[in-house]
Ligand binder design. Sequence first.
Ligand SMILES: Nc1ncnc2c1ncn2[C@@H]1O[C@H](COP(=O)(O)OP(=O)(O)OP(=O)(O)O)[C@@H](O)[C@H]1O
Ligand SMILES: [Mg+2]
Length: 315
Amino acid sequence: MFTAARLKLTGFYILLLALVIGGFSLFLFRYTAQHIHDSIEEDTPPTAAQQRSADRAVDGLQNTLVTSDILIIVLASGFAYVLAGRTLEPIKRSHKAQMQFGANASHELRTPLAVMKMENEVFLRQAGTSLEASSLARSNIEEIDRMAGMVEELLLLARSSGDMSLKLTRVDVSAVLQRVVGKLKGSAVAKGLTLVFEGPAQAYTKGNEQLLDQLCTNLLQNAIAHTDAGGITASILVQKKIHITITDTGSGISKEDLPHLTTPFYKTASGKRLNGVGLGLSIAQEIVHRHGGGLSFASEVGKGTEARVTLASFS
Ligand SMILES: Nc1ncnc2c1ncn2[C@@H]1O[C@H](COP(=O)(O)OP(=O)(O)OP(=O)(O)O)[C@@H](O)[C@H]1O
Ligand SMILES: [Mg+2]
């Protein structure tokens, strides 16, 4: 993320410098060339020899200016790159600190949540617990599970968007998607939905297997959660790039909601009804981003949604 920003900033500095010295050189060239021609035409019309030597001087000036401009720009490129790095350094540091804080806080929250859940479970198993108390403990456990899910998602978001090193290897994304389809088939079938995979047996990309698994899981879980009848198709098409498409026949997403889906904690009305946390797609976006890919959605209310992911193909 910061490398791209640094390169963009470097390009911007170089462009600015090129405009300034280009403009200055043009002005200098015009002024000096005019001055050379004026000086030989001062009294009498110039001889052919005088004209030739004036033209040579103007050509020489032009070559010198162009060469020196190119040289200055080349030398300044390195300086611009260093300068861009320095400019971005404080932003990079604060982003890292923020992500580190998120990661630490989420990590620290795991243990007390696990303890609370265990205590509630022990309480439930005790003989003589009244009906009212056990229903309270069950509701506590549900809320703790929800919170634990949110903490896990926040931790993943902080880890994947932080500057922590991401191990990229050759990954068979088709195998990953097929595995996730297998993992979630039970929950689809339980709702009376079909869940099928379509595509080649293998499709290689350069990425992080665990994060790609999370990406497919988040998209498929959404599709299952928001579909009440029909089914979900998880497909892969390999052309120049790898195109993953998750198509559902669910509730669909309105045009107003579409641009905001990947904003952290953004939920549509149906998402609110389903008690979603609103982080799944922000994480999906971050994962795709870290793989240099793209994520987009096409949807029609009442008909269904198509989530499209594009990843680089790797032989
Ligand atoms: N396939 C889909 N069909 C309809 N609505 C969807 C679909 N996918 C996502 N949405 C909507 O987009 C919103 C954002 O999705 P996101 O996955 O980020 O959050 P969530 O599912 O509510 O919570 P979680 O963090 O548990 O995934 C949700 O509120 C959901 O309603
Ligand atoms: Mg979700």
